[in-house]
Design a protein. Sequence first.
Length: 42
Amino acid sequence: MENRDWKAWFKRLGVAGFLFFFAKGLVWLAIFFGLFKTCGTA
């Protein structure tokens, strides 16, 4: 029973970690896109 609980907890942590880093990556892409857009085209 304890092994199953550990796997469920690890699965939740994995999904939460994936979503966190996915959102973090999108934020960085938006920041860089905004910087390039404000700097203008060369």
